[in-house]
Design a protein around this ligand. Structure first.
Ligand code: ZN
Length: 580
Protein backbone atom coordinates (compact mmCIF):
# COMPACT_ATOMS: atom_id res chain seq x y z
CA UNK A 1 0.00 0.00 0.00
CA UNK A 2 2.73 2.44 0.99
CA UNK A 3 4.62 1.69 -2.16
CA UNK A 4 1.66 2.28 -4.46
CA UNK A 5 0.93 5.71 -2.88
CA UNK A 6 4.57 6.62 -3.30
CA UNK A 7 4.38 5.46 -6.92
CA UNK A 8 1.35 7.66 -7.59
CA UNK A 9 3.00 10.66 -5.92
CA UNK A 10 6.10 10.04 -7.96
CA UNK A 11 4.12 9.80 -11.18
CA UNK A 12 2.22 13.03 -10.47
CA UNK A 13 5.41 14.87 -9.51
CA UNK A 14 7.22 13.77 -12.65
CA UNK A 15 4.23 14.76 -14.82
CA UNK A 16 4.19 18.23 -13.25
CA UNK A 17 7.87 18.58 -13.98
CA UNK A 18 7.44 17.36 -17.56
CA UNK A 19 4.50 19.67 -18.23
CA UNK A 20 6.40 22.62 -16.73
CA UNK A 21 9.27 21.73 -19.00
CA UNK A 22 7.05 21.63 -22.11
CA UNK A 23 5.52 24.95 -21.23
CA UNK A 24 8.97 26.39 -20.79
CA UNK A 25 9.77 25.79 -24.44
CA UNK A 26 7.36 28.61 -25.27
CA UNK A 27 8.25 31.02 -22.49
CA UNK A 28 10.20 34.23 -22.87
CA UNK A 29 13.69 33.74 -24.30
CA UNK A 30 14.89 36.11 -21.57
CA UNK A 31 14.26 33.40 -19.00
CA UNK A 32 16.18 30.17 -19.15
CA UNK A 33 13.86 27.22 -18.47
CA UNK A 34 15.95 24.30 -19.71
CA UNK A 35 16.36 22.69 -16.33
CA UNK A 36 12.75 21.54 -15.70
CA UNK A 37 12.52 20.06 -19.20
CA UNK A 38 15.66 18.01 -18.72
CA UNK A 39 14.71 17.05 -15.19
CA UNK A 40 11.23 16.02 -16.30
CA UNK A 41 12.48 13.85 -19.14
CA UNK A 42 15.15 12.29 -16.96
CA UNK A 43 12.74 11.29 -14.22
CA UNK A 44 10.04 10.14 -16.59
CA UNK A 45 12.63 7.82 -18.19
CA UNK A 46 13.66 6.59 -14.76
CA UNK A 47 10.01 5.90 -13.95
CA UNK A 48 9.54 3.77 -17.04
CA UNK A 49 12.70 1.82 -16.29
CA UNK A 50 11.73 1.33 -12.68
CA UNK A 51 9.46 -1.75 -12.17
CA UNK A 52 6.41 -1.09 -10.00
CA UNK A 53 6.21 -3.81 -7.42
CA UNK A 54 4.19 -4.32 -4.32
CA UNK A 55 7.20 -5.48 -2.34
CA UNK A 56 8.20 -3.15 0.46
CA UNK A 57 11.92 -3.27 0.84
CA UNK A 58 14.38 -0.79 2.33
CA UNK A 59 15.97 -0.59 -1.11
CA UNK A 60 12.70 0.39 -2.85
CA UNK A 61 11.92 3.01 -0.22
CA UNK A 62 15.41 4.42 -0.53
CA UNK A 63 15.21 4.60 -4.33
CA UNK A 64 11.82 6.33 -4.08
CA UNK A 65 13.21 8.82 -1.61
CA UNK A 66 16.21 9.60 -3.82
CA UNK A 67 14.05 10.10 -6.92
CA UNK A 68 11.50 12.33 -5.18
CA UNK A 69 14.24 14.38 -3.48
CA UNK A 70 15.95 14.70 -6.86
CA UNK A 71 12.80 16.02 -8.51
CA UNK A 72 12.17 18.58 -5.79
CA UNK A 73 15.76 19.78 -5.74
CA UNK A 74 15.58 20.22 -9.53
CA UNK A 75 12.38 22.22 -9.19
CA UNK A 76 13.94 24.42 -6.49
CA UNK A 77 17.14 24.90 -8.51
CA UNK A 78 15.16 25.88 -11.58
CA UNK A 79 13.15 28.39 -9.54
CA UNK A 80 16.26 30.03 -8.10
CA UNK A 81 18.06 29.96 -11.47
CA UNK A 82 15.00 31.57 -13.02
CA UNK A 83 14.88 34.24 -10.29
CA UNK A 84 18.61 34.89 -10.68
CA UNK A 85 18.49 35.19 -14.44
CA UNK A 86 15.42 37.42 -14.24
CA UNK A 87 17.22 39.63 -11.74
CA UNK A 88 20.33 39.76 -13.95
CA UNK A 89 18.15 40.62 -16.94
CA UNK A 90 16.42 43.40 -15.06
CA UNK A 91 19.78 44.82 -14.02
CA UNK A 92 21.09 44.70 -17.59
CA UNK A 93 17.84 46.28 -18.74
CA UNK A 94 18.28 49.08 -16.18
CA UNK A 95 21.88 49.68 -17.29
CA UNK A 96 21.09 49.76 -21.00
CA UNK A 97 18.15 52.06 -20.21
CA UNK A 98 20.72 54.74 -19.34
CA UNK A 99 21.21 55.93 -22.90
CA UNK A 100 23.20 58.69 -24.54
CA UNK A 101 20.09 59.64 -26.55
CA UNK A 102 17.98 60.24 -23.42
CA UNK A 103 20.86 62.03 -21.72
CA UNK A 104 21.26 64.30 -24.73
CA UNK A 105 17.53 65.09 -24.71
CA UNK A 106 17.70 66.12 -21.03
CA UNK A 107 20.84 68.23 -21.52
CA UNK A 108 19.45 69.87 -24.67
CA UNK A 109 16.27 70.75 -22.78
CA UNK A 110 17.83 72.02 -19.56
CA UNK A 111 20.61 73.93 -21.35
CA UNK A 112 18.19 75.59 -23.77
CA UNK A 113 17.90 79.38 -23.75
CA UNK A 114 14.27 78.94 -22.63
CA UNK A 115 15.56 78.23 -19.12
CA UNK A 116 17.64 81.43 -19.13
CA UNK A 117 20.61 79.86 -17.37
CA UNK A 118 18.54 78.37 -14.49
CA UNK A 119 19.59 80.89 -11.83
CA UNK A 120 18.20 80.03 -8.38
CA UNK A 121 14.96 81.83 -7.59
CA UNK A 122 14.36 83.08 -11.16
CA UNK A 123 11.65 82.03 -13.61
CA UNK A 124 14.27 80.01 -15.55
CA UNK A 125 15.17 78.15 -12.35
CA UNK A 126 11.50 77.50 -11.60
CA UNK A 127 10.94 76.24 -15.15
CA UNK A 128 13.84 73.80 -14.75
CA UNK A 129 12.38 72.60 -11.43
CA UNK A 130 9.06 72.04 -13.21
CA UNK A 131 10.77 69.93 -15.88
CA UNK A 132 12.46 67.77 -13.24
CA UNK A 133 9.24 67.28 -11.28
CA UNK A 134 7.40 66.26 -14.42
CA UNK A 135 10.17 63.76 -15.33
CA UNK A 136 10.09 62.21 -11.84
CA UNK A 137 6.31 61.83 -12.03
CA UNK A 138 6.56 60.14 -15.42
CA UNK A 139 9.15 57.70 -14.01
CA UNK A 140 6.61 56.93 -11.29
CA UNK A 141 8.56 58.14 -8.27
CA UNK A 142 7.25 59.52 -5.00
CA UNK A 143 8.25 62.92 -3.65
CA UNK A 144 10.69 63.09 -0.75
CA UNK A 145 10.49 66.81 -0.01
CA UNK A 146 8.23 68.49 2.51
CA UNK A 147 4.95 66.65 3.25
CA UNK A 148 5.76 64.03 0.63
CA UNK A 149 5.91 66.66 -2.12
CA UNK A 150 8.75 66.76 -4.63
CA UNK A 151 9.79 70.24 -3.56
CA UNK A 152 11.69 71.53 -0.58
CA UNK A 153 11.36 75.32 -0.83
CA UNK A 154 13.84 77.69 0.80
CA UNK A 155 14.84 81.36 0.71
CA UNK A 156 12.89 83.34 -1.85
CA UNK A 157 11.72 81.15 -4.71
CA UNK A 158 14.46 78.50 -4.40
CA UNK A 159 13.61 74.81 -4.24
CA UNK A 160 15.33 71.46 -3.99
CA UNK A 161 13.56 68.69 -5.91
CA UNK A 162 13.60 65.40 -3.99
CA UNK A 163 12.32 61.90 -4.80
CA UNK A 164 12.74 58.48 -3.25
CA UNK A 165 13.15 54.99 -4.72
CA UNK A 166 12.20 52.67 -1.84
CA UNK A 167 14.68 49.89 -1.03
CA UNK A 168 13.73 46.28 -1.73
CA UNK A 169 15.16 44.74 1.45
CA UNK A 170 12.93 45.08 4.54
CA UNK A 171 16.00 45.03 6.79
CA UNK A 172 17.96 47.66 4.85
CA UNK A 173 15.35 49.93 3.24
CA UNK A 174 15.62 52.37 6.16
CA UNK A 175 19.17 53.11 5.08
CA UNK A 176 19.54 55.72 2.36
CA UNK A 177 22.05 56.28 -0.42
CA UNK A 178 21.69 59.87 -1.57
CA UNK A 179 22.56 60.89 -5.13
CA UNK A 180 22.58 64.60 -5.76
CA UNK A 181 23.18 67.03 -8.62
CA UNK A 182 22.66 70.78 -8.66
CA UNK A 183 20.33 71.91 -11.43
CA UNK A 184 20.86 75.65 -11.04
CA UNK A 185 23.41 77.74 -12.91
CA UNK A 186 24.34 81.43 -13.05
CA UNK A 187 21.59 82.83 -15.30
CA UNK A 188 22.97 85.76 -17.30
CA UNK A 189 26.16 85.78 -15.26
CA UNK A 190 27.54 88.47 -12.99
CA UNK A 191 31.04 89.63 -12.18
CA UNK A 192 30.78 87.51 -9.05
CA UNK A 193 30.00 84.19 -10.76
CA UNK A 194 31.04 84.47 -14.43
CA UNK A 195 34.34 84.66 -16.27
CA UNK A 196 32.37 86.63 -18.85
CA UNK A 197 31.11 87.98 -21.02
CA UNK A 198 28.20 88.70 -18.68
CA UNK A 199 24.72 89.74 -19.75
CA UNK A 200 24.33 86.69 -22.01
CA UNK A 201 22.53 83.48 -21.10
CA UNK A 202 24.92 81.05 -19.42
CA UNK A 203 23.35 77.72 -20.33
CA UNK A 204 25.53 75.63 -18.02
CA UNK A 205 25.32 72.50 -20.17
CA UNK A 206 28.24 70.84 -18.44
CA UNK A 207 27.71 72.78 -15.18
CA UNK A 208 25.41 71.14 -14.38
CA UNK A 209 22.77 70.08 -16.90
CA UNK A 210 25.10 67.08 -17.43
CA UNK A 211 24.89 65.87 -13.80
CA UNK A 212 21.16 66.65 -13.69
CA UNK A 213 20.54 64.60 -16.85
CA UNK A 214 22.62 61.73 -15.46
CA UNK A 215 20.60 61.79 -12.24
CA UNK A 216 17.29 61.62 -14.15
CA UNK A 217 18.57 58.54 -16.00
CA UNK A 218 19.81 57.01 -12.74
CA UNK A 219 16.41 57.60 -11.13
CA UNK A 220 14.83 55.61 -13.94
CA UNK A 221 17.43 52.82 -13.67
CA UNK A 222 16.88 52.47 -9.91
CA UNK A 223 13.15 52.20 -10.57
CA UNK A 224 13.74 49.39 -13.08
CA UNK A 225 16.16 47.56 -10.81
CA UNK A 226 16.10 48.90 -7.25
CA UNK A 227 18.68 48.62 -4.51
CA UNK A 228 18.22 46.89 -1.17
CA UNK A 229 18.62 50.33 0.40
CA UNK A 230 16.46 53.32 -0.48
CA UNK A 231 17.82 55.79 -3.02
CA UNK A 232 17.21 59.47 -2.39
CA UNK A 233 17.34 61.50 -5.60
CA UNK A 234 18.22 65.14 -4.86
CA UNK A 235 18.29 67.99 -7.38
CA UNK A 236 19.89 70.88 -5.52
CA UNK A 237 19.08 74.52 -6.15
CA UNK A 238 21.30 77.52 -5.34
CA UNK A 239 24.62 75.64 -5.56
CA UNK A 240 26.18 78.49 -7.51
CA UNK A 241 25.14 80.91 -4.73
CA UNK A 242 27.16 78.96 -2.16
CA UNK A 243 25.71 75.46 -1.82
CA UNK A 244 22.39 76.88 -0.58
CA UNK A 245 20.28 73.84 -1.45
CA UNK A 246 22.45 71.12 0.07
CA UNK A 247 23.16 73.25 3.17
CA UNK A 248 19.42 73.83 3.57
CA UNK A 249 18.81 70.08 3.36
CA UNK A 250 21.47 69.35 6.00
CA UNK A 251 19.81 71.90 8.31
CA UNK A 252 16.30 70.64 7.47
CA UNK A 253 16.68 67.02 6.41
CA UNK A 254 13.56 65.26 5.12
CA UNK A 255 15.25 61.98 6.16
CA UNK A 256 17.21 61.58 9.41
CA UNK A 257 20.84 62.30 8.48
CA UNK A 258 22.08 59.22 10.34
CA UNK A 259 20.12 57.08 7.86
CA UNK A 260 22.08 58.58 4.95
CA UNK A 261 25.01 56.21 4.51
CA UNK A 262 26.56 57.74 1.41
CA UNK A 263 26.17 60.94 -0.59
CA UNK A 264 27.10 61.00 -4.26
CA UNK A 265 27.53 64.26 -6.07
CA UNK A 266 27.26 64.54 -9.85
CA UNK A 267 28.70 67.89 -10.89
CA UNK A 268 30.14 68.47 -14.38
CA UNK A 269 30.24 65.02 -15.94
CA UNK A 270 29.55 65.98 -19.56
CA UNK A 271 33.00 66.51 -21.03
CA UNK A 272 34.69 63.15 -20.82
CA UNK A 273 38.01 63.42 -22.67
CA UNK A 274 40.39 60.53 -23.40
CA UNK A 275 37.99 58.36 -21.40
CA UNK A 276 39.51 59.88 -18.25
CA UNK A 277 37.31 60.40 -15.19
CA UNK A 278 38.43 62.09 -11.98
CA UNK A 279 36.81 60.80 -8.80
CA UNK A 280 36.87 62.82 -5.60
CA UNK A 281 35.99 61.64 -2.11
CA UNK A 282 37.43 58.14 -2.37
CA UNK A 283 39.42 58.63 0.85
CA UNK A 284 36.24 59.33 2.81
CA UNK A 285 35.17 55.68 3.06
CA UNK A 286 36.90 52.36 3.50
CA UNK A 287 38.07 50.42 0.45
CA UNK A 288 36.54 52.91 -1.99
CA UNK A 289 39.33 52.68 -4.55
CA UNK A 290 39.31 48.88 -4.49
CA UNK A 291 35.54 48.77 -5.01
CA UNK A 292 35.43 51.45 -7.72
CA UNK A 293 38.21 49.75 -9.69
CA UNK A 294 36.50 46.38 -9.52
CA UNK A 295 33.25 47.89 -10.78
CA UNK A 296 35.06 49.80 -13.52
CA UNK A 297 36.82 46.66 -14.74
CA UNK A 298 33.68 44.56 -15.01
CA UNK A 299 31.22 47.07 -16.40
CA UNK A 300 28.20 45.82 -18.29
CA UNK A 301 27.87 47.35 -21.77
CA UNK A 302 30.56 50.01 -21.56
CA UNK A 303 34.35 50.22 -21.71
CA UNK A 304 36.32 50.70 -18.48
CA UNK A 305 37.26 54.31 -17.74
CA UNK A 306 40.71 55.68 -16.91
CA UNK A 307 40.22 56.82 -13.34
CA UNK A 308 42.17 59.51 -11.53
CA UNK A 309 41.65 59.19 -7.79
CA UNK A 310 41.96 62.76 -6.53
CA UNK A 311 42.41 63.16 -2.76
CA UNK A 312 41.41 66.82 -2.70
CA UNK A 313 38.35 67.64 -0.58
CA UNK A 314 37.09 71.14 -1.33
CA UNK A 315 33.95 73.00 -0.25
CA UNK A 316 33.23 73.72 -3.93
CA UNK A 317 30.12 71.61 -4.52
CA UNK A 318 27.20 69.87 -2.81
CA UNK A 319 29.16 66.92 -1.44
CA UNK A 320 30.77 69.18 1.15
CA UNK A 321 27.90 69.78 3.59
CA UNK A 322 27.48 65.98 3.76
CA UNK A 323 31.18 65.39 4.22
CA UNK A 324 31.19 67.92 7.07
CA UNK A 325 28.37 65.91 8.67
CA UNK A 326 30.51 62.76 8.61
CA UNK A 327 28.80 61.15 5.61
CA UNK A 328 31.11 59.44 3.09
CA UNK A 329 30.85 60.68 -0.47
CA UNK A 330 32.21 60.34 -3.93
CA UNK A 331 32.04 62.66 -6.87
CA UNK A 332 32.82 61.76 -10.48
CA UNK A 333 33.98 64.74 -12.53
CA UNK A 334 35.11 65.09 -16.14
CA UNK A 335 37.27 68.16 -15.49
CA UNK A 336 37.30 71.92 -15.94
CA UNK A 337 37.58 73.69 -19.32
CA UNK A 338 37.75 77.14 -20.91
CA UNK A 339 33.95 77.37 -21.15
CA UNK A 340 33.51 76.95 -17.40
CA UNK A 341 31.13 79.67 -16.07
CA UNK A 342 30.99 81.40 -19.44
CA UNK A 343 28.08 81.72 -21.92
CA UNK A 344 29.90 79.18 -24.12
CA UNK A 345 29.14 76.16 -21.87
CA UNK A 346 26.59 74.89 -24.40
CA UNK A 347 24.80 71.61 -25.07
CA UNK A 348 26.48 70.81 -28.39
CA UNK A 349 29.82 70.55 -26.58
CA UNK A 350 28.60 67.71 -24.37
CA UNK A 351 30.04 64.25 -24.97
CA UNK A 352 26.79 62.35 -24.49
CA UNK A 353 28.38 58.94 -25.08
CA UNK A 354 30.93 59.78 -22.38
CA UNK A 355 28.11 60.99 -20.15
CA UNK A 356 26.42 57.63 -20.67
CA UNK A 357 29.61 55.82 -19.55
CA UNK A 358 29.88 57.95 -16.42
CA UNK A 359 26.19 57.47 -15.56
CA UNK A 360 26.34 53.70 -16.12
CA UNK A 361 29.51 53.48 -14.06
CA UNK A 362 27.87 55.47 -11.26
CA UNK A 363 24.79 53.25 -11.32
CA UNK A 364 26.82 50.04 -11.15
CA UNK A 365 28.99 51.47 -8.37
CA UNK A 366 25.91 52.20 -6.27
CA UNK A 367 24.64 48.65 -6.89
CA UNK A 368 28.00 47.30 -5.72
CA UNK A 369 28.04 49.48 -2.59
CA UNK A 370 24.49 48.31 -1.91
CA UNK A 371 25.71 44.69 -1.99
CA UNK A 372 27.74 45.38 1.17
CA UNK A 373 25.79 44.20 4.20
CA UNK A 374 27.37 46.92 6.31
CA UNK A 375 27.41 50.33 4.67
CA UNK A 376 30.90 51.85 4.15
CA UNK A 377 32.33 53.58 7.19
CA UNK A 378 33.38 57.22 7.16
CA UNK A 379 37.12 57.93 7.41
CA UNK A 380 37.76 61.13 9.40
CA UNK A 381 41.45 60.77 8.46
CA UNK A 382 40.54 61.81 4.91
CA UNK A 383 40.64 65.40 6.19
CA UNK A 384 44.43 65.25 6.36
CA UNK A 385 44.89 63.25 3.18
CA UNK A 386 45.61 66.13 0.84
CA UNK A 387 46.94 65.90 -2.73
CA UNK A 388 50.38 66.62 -1.22
CA UNK A 389 49.92 63.67 1.12
CA UNK A 390 49.00 61.54 -1.89
CA UNK A 391 52.14 62.68 -3.69
CA UNK A 392 54.28 61.75 -0.67
CA UNK A 393 52.49 58.42 -0.26
CA UNK A 394 53.04 57.46 -3.89
CA UNK A 395 56.67 58.57 -4.01
CA UNK A 396 58.68 55.46 -4.96
CA UNK A 397 61.36 54.17 -2.62
CA UNK A 398 64.91 55.10 -3.54
CA UNK A 399 66.56 52.42 -5.66
CA UNK A 400 68.68 50.16 -3.45
CA UNK A 401 72.44 50.63 -3.29
CA UNK A 402 74.10 49.30 -6.40
CA UNK A 403 75.19 45.79 -5.63
CA UNK A 404 78.06 45.73 -8.15
CA UNK A 405 78.66 49.29 -9.40
CA UNK A 406 79.55 48.95 -13.05
CA UNK A 407 78.01 49.91 -16.38
CA UNK A 408 78.22 47.98 -19.60
CA UNK A 409 77.42 48.49 -23.28
CA UNK A 410 73.88 47.38 -23.91
CA UNK A 411 73.52 44.08 -25.80
CA UNK A 412 70.67 41.69 -26.48
CA UNK A 413 72.57 38.55 -27.43
CA UNK A 414 76.36 38.45 -27.24
CA UNK A 415 78.59 35.37 -27.22
CA UNK A 416 81.53 37.57 -26.27
CA UNK A 417 80.18 38.79 -22.96
CA UNK A 418 79.32 42.31 -21.87
CA UNK A 419 81.76 45.16 -22.47
CA UNK A 420 82.39 47.17 -19.27
CA UNK A 421 82.14 50.91 -20.04
CA UNK A 422 82.75 52.28 -16.54
CA UNK A 423 83.29 51.18 -12.95
CA UNK A 424 82.11 53.26 -9.98
CA UNK A 425 84.85 54.28 -7.61
CA UNK A 426 85.03 52.21 -4.39
CA UNK A 427 82.25 49.97 -5.68
CA UNK A 428 82.33 46.18 -5.16
CA UNK A 429 83.34 45.85 -8.84
CA UNK A 430 86.25 48.30 -8.38
CA UNK A 431 87.38 46.63 -5.14
CA UNK A 432 87.36 43.25 -6.89
CA UNK A 433 89.57 44.65 -9.66
CA UNK A 434 87.11 44.88 -12.57
CA UNK A 435 88.29 47.56 -15.02
CA UNK A 436 86.87 49.53 -17.92
CA UNK A 437 87.34 47.53 -21.14
CA UNK A 438 86.92 44.14 -19.47
CA UNK A 439 84.24 41.84 -20.80
CA UNK A 440 82.00 40.01 -18.31
CA UNK A 441 81.53 36.46 -19.60
CA UNK A 442 79.84 34.70 -16.71
CA UNK A 443 78.47 35.12 -13.21
CA UNK A 444 79.04 32.23 -10.82
CA UNK A 445 79.80 30.01 -13.81
CA UNK A 446 76.62 30.92 -15.74
CA UNK A 447 77.11 32.73 -19.05
CA UNK A 448 75.68 36.26 -19.31
CA UNK A 449 74.76 37.24 -22.85
CA UNK A 450 72.24 40.08 -22.46
CA UNK A 451 71.28 43.08 -20.34
CA UNK A 452 68.45 41.13 -18.72
CA UNK A 453 70.71 38.24 -17.75
CA UNK A 454 73.33 40.60 -16.38
CA UNK A 455 70.81 42.63 -14.36
CA UNK A 456 69.27 39.45 -13.09
CA UNK A 457 72.64 38.00 -12.12
CA UNK A 458 73.55 41.16 -10.22
CA UNK A 459 70.40 41.39 -8.14
CA UNK A 460 69.86 37.70 -7.47
CA UNK A 461 73.41 36.40 -6.86
CA UNK A 462 74.64 35.72 -3.33
CA UNK A 463 76.85 38.35 -1.69
CA UNK A 464 79.96 36.20 -2.27
CA UNK A 465 80.05 35.69 -6.01
CA UNK A 466 82.53 34.98 -8.73
CA UNK A 467 82.83 36.81 -12.05
CA UNK A 468 84.49 35.41 -15.19
CA UNK A 469 86.15 38.15 -17.29
CA UNK A 470 87.99 38.38 -20.58
CA UNK A 471 90.68 41.05 -20.48
CA UNK A 472 93.22 42.71 -22.75
CA UNK A 473 94.26 42.13 -26.35
CA UNK A 474 94.87 38.44 -25.80
CA UNK A 475 91.43 38.00 -24.22
CA UNK A 476 92.97 36.22 -21.25
CA UNK A 477 90.37 34.74 -18.93
CA UNK A 478 90.28 35.84 -15.30
CA UNK A 479 88.02 34.62 -12.54
CA UNK A 480 87.68 37.11 -9.71
CA UNK A 481 85.85 37.03 -6.38
CA UNK A 482 83.48 39.88 -5.66
CA UNK A 483 81.50 40.83 -2.55
CA UNK A 484 78.16 42.23 -3.72
CA UNK A 485 76.37 44.79 -1.53
CA UNK A 486 73.22 43.76 0.32
CA UNK A 487 71.26 40.57 0.07
CA UNK A 488 70.12 38.86 -3.13
CA UNK A 489 66.58 39.74 -4.19
CA UNK A 490 64.01 37.41 -5.64
CA UNK A 491 61.13 39.51 -6.98
CA UNK A 492 62.61 43.01 -6.94
CA UNK A 493 59.30 44.28 -5.61
CA UNK A 494 58.48 46.47 -2.62
CA UNK A 495 55.07 47.68 -1.50
CA UNK A 496 53.31 49.59 1.23
CA UNK A 497 49.88 49.30 2.76
CA UNK A 498 47.24 51.96 2.24
CA UNK A 499 45.11 52.35 5.38
CA UNK A 500 42.12 53.40 3.26
CA UNK A 501 42.33 50.28 1.07
CA UNK A 502 43.48 47.45 3.34
CA UNK A 503 42.67 44.73 0.80
CA UNK A 504 45.32 45.86 -1.62
CA UNK A 505 48.94 47.02 -1.48
CA UNK A 506 50.63 49.83 -3.35
CA UNK A 507 53.83 49.06 -5.24
CA UNK A 508 56.53 51.35 -3.87
CA UNK A 509 59.53 50.09 -5.87
CA UNK A 510 60.32 47.85 -8.82
CA UNK A 511 63.99 47.03 -9.36
CA UNK A 512 65.02 47.01 -12.99
CA UNK A 513 65.85 43.60 -14.41
CA UNK A 514 63.77 41.84 -11.74
CA UNK A 515 60.83 39.47 -12.29
CA UNK A 516 58.62 42.31 -11.01
CA UNK A 517 60.00 44.66 -13.67
CA UNK A 518 59.64 42.01 -16.37
CA UNK A 519 55.99 41.52 -15.36
CA UNK A 520 55.31 45.18 -16.13
CA UNK A 521 54.48 46.26 -12.58
CA UNK A 522 55.17 49.94 -11.86
CA UNK A 523 55.34 52.05 -8.72
CA UNK A 524 51.86 53.22 -7.57
CA UNK A 525 50.14 50.14 -9.02
CA UNK A 526 47.79 48.51 -6.51
CA UNK A 527 48.13 44.76 -6.05
CA UNK A 528 44.71 43.17 -5.55
CA UNK A 529 45.47 39.45 -5.55
CA UNK A 530 48.27 36.89 -5.65
CA UNK A 531 47.64 33.54 -7.34
CA UNK A 532 43.91 34.24 -7.28
CA UNK A 533 43.83 34.99 -3.54
CA UNK A 534 42.77 38.49 -2.52
CA UNK A 535 45.38 40.55 -0.70
CA UNK A 536 44.84 40.02 3.01
CA UNK A 537 44.57 43.10 5.19
CA UNK A 538 46.70 43.51 8.32
CA UNK A 539 49.30 40.84 7.72
CA UNK A 540 51.79 42.80 9.82
CA UNK A 541 55.31 42.12 8.61
CA UNK A 542 54.29 38.94 6.82
CA UNK A 543 55.46 38.73 3.23
CA UNK A 544 52.63 37.17 1.19
CA UNK A 545 55.10 36.25 -1.58
CA UNK A 546 57.40 34.35 0.76
CA UNK A 547 57.93 30.76 -0.35
CA UNK A 548 55.63 31.05 -3.38
CA UNK A 549 57.20 29.23 -6.34
CA UNK A 550 57.38 30.89 -9.74
CA UNK A 551 55.34 31.64 -11.78
CA UNK A 552 53.38 33.99 -9.51
CA UNK A 553 50.11 35.36 -10.89
CA UNK A 554 49.25 38.89 -9.81
CA UNK A 555 46.18 41.04 -10.36
CA UNK A 556 46.84 44.74 -10.04
CA UNK A 557 45.05 48.02 -10.60
CA UNK A 558 46.40 50.95 -12.54
CA UNK A 559 44.30 54.11 -13.09
CA UNK A 560 41.17 52.29 -12.00
CA UNK A 561 41.55 49.28 -14.32
CA UNK A 562 42.42 45.77 -13.23
CA UNK A 563 45.16 43.90 -15.08
CA UNK A 564 46.64 40.43 -14.71
CA UNK A 565 50.33 39.61 -15.00
CA UNK A 566 52.83 36.88 -14.14
CA UNK A 567 56.18 37.08 -12.39
CA UNK A 568 58.49 34.36 -13.67
CA UNK A 569 62.02 33.29 -12.76
CA UNK A 570 64.76 33.92 -15.28
CA UNK A 571 66.07 30.44 -16.04
CA UNK A 572 69.58 31.61 -16.78
CA UNK A 573 70.21 32.22 -13.09
CA UNK A 574 69.49 29.83 -10.28
CA UNK A 575 67.40 31.72 -7.80
CA UNK A 576 67.72 31.62 -4.11
CA UNK A 577 64.15 31.46 -2.80
CA UNK A 578 64.31 34.41 -0.44
CA UNK A 579 61.72 37.07 0.16
CA UNK A 580 62.34 40.71 -0.53
ZN1 ZN B 1 28.59 72.98 -10.70
Amino acid sequence: MIVSILDILLLVASQIVVSRGRKSAFCSPLVSCDLPLEAGLLFSCMLRAYPFSGVITMRNCFIHFVIVAGIFSQILTSFSARAESTSQNRMNHAISGISSADLKTHVDTLADDTFEGRAAGTRGGRAAAGYLRQQLISIGLKGAGENGEFTQPFRRGCQNILAIVPGSDPALKDEVILIGAHYDHVGYGSRRNSYGPTGFIHNGADDNASGTAALLELAEAFTTYPCRRSILIAFWDGEEQGLWGSKHFIANPTFPLEKIKMALNLDMVGRLRNNSLTIYGTRTWDSARTLLSSVNSSMVSSEPLEIIFDWEIKPNSDHHPFYKSGIPYFMPHTGLHDDYHRPRDDAHKINSVGLESVARFTYQTVLEIDQLDAAPTFRPLSKWETPQAKHRFELPLQPPEKRLGLRWASVQNSKNGLFVTSVDRDSPAALAGVARGDRVIAFNGKAVTSDTEMQHAVFSSPASSRITLHRGKDDSEKIIDVTLRGQPLRLGLSWRQDAANPNSAMVSRVISGSPAAASGLLPADRIHSINGKAWVADQGNQNPFLGLPFPIHVTYERRGKLHATVMSANDSVRLDPQGD
